[in-house]
Write a protein that binds this ligand. Sequence first.
Ligand SMILES: [Zn+2]
Length: 208
Amino acid sequence: MDSRGFDPKAPGWLARARRCPSPNHDRRPESAVDTLVIHFISLPPGRFAMKTVEDFFCNRLDVHAHPDLADIEGLRVSSHFLIGRRGELVQFVSCDDRAWHAGVSVLLGRSACNDFSIGIEMVGDERHRFTRRQYARLATTVAVLRRRYRLRFAVGHADIAPGRKIDPGPYFDWDAVLALPAFAGLERPSADAAGIMGIRNTRRSSQA
Ligand SMILES: [Zn+2]
């Protein structure tokens, strides 16, 4: 295992990410980590702040501060990483542990994608392009992750939870991302090939 880029004292934590440890995680089952799940997030919707997301993942967001936050009250979710509009990188959960980002999901017949995936949230929405700095940070982050984890798949949240999720949305440039050296060899199975039909209309999960 090549540990460059990781904190030698904290397994699964990147040396260069700012840490904001989230209680919303648990141990992974025996499954090996082989999948990257890309998301977008903006809280409140349309605003591109880091702090509200950090507060949300750490269960300290004041949902009464904005009317659009009311529907996430009580959710207990997290992600491994958050990449801000200026390329800032925050880590919430060790990649060795299971973060709660994918919710009800299926990839190639395997359900509960949190078990075997690393979640990366990009600050953004379905109406704005992501920034060059975000793509650059995504690339450097994934390059480090692949030294420790044998990643095989890179998918969007919508690929594994279609009908329920739309992120990372139409402005996430998959063609450019999959052409990055850091993503070389990673596959993005189509939703149809993933065999996910039948999970539509499932109940909303607390594990987003
Ligand atoms: Zn998502």
